[in-house]
Design a protein around this ligand. Structure first.
Ligand code: HEC
Length: 109
């Protein structure tokens, strides 16, 4: 029963996470460009960091993915994708972090 409720929550979270408007998408991409994210990441190819499409794929069933990615972007991340760590981005506001996380999760191959 608990598992069932969890799965339902998971599914509803998923539907929500995928929603991002075209305007948000455009400003997220601009922010990623300006912040230097795109010197290590691309949408579809691994560069230094994983392709955003692969990040979205990995977390597509995780309802807490956005907050996890916010943490990774803000404080840095290591060991989840390989041996190269991602540096912290402490200059970004909470809104910017959320926008970037939701954008990454919305990217499809
Ligand atoms: C210096 C290179 C570099 C820059 C700049 C960089 N990243 Fe990363 N990023 C990485 C690497 C390397 C990883 C894989 C880290 C790991 O294995 O845990 C990563 C992982 C990620 C992940 C997946 C984290 C997870 O929890 O699975 C996301 C999302 C991400 N980056 C987004 C961003 C965003 C948004 C920016 C700009 C604000 C950014 N990155 C800037 C190198 C970079």
């Amino acid at each position: 029963m608990r598992y069932l409720i969890l799965s339902l929550l998971l599914l509803s979270g998923l539907a929500q996470a995928a929603e991002i408007t075209a305007a948000e998408q455009a400003s997220a991409k601009e922010l990623a460009q300006a912040t230097g994210c795109l010197s290590c990441h691309s949408l579809s190819e691994k560069i230094v960091g994983p392709a955003y499409a692969n990040v979205a794929e990995k977390y597509k069933a995780d309802p807490d993915a956005a907050s996890g990615l916010v943490q990774s972007i803000q404080y840095g991340s290591k060991g989840k994708w390989g041996r190269i760590p991602m540096p912290a981005h402490s200059q970004l506001s909470a809104d910017e972090l959320k926008l970037l996380a939701n954008w990454v999760l919305s990217i499809k191959k």
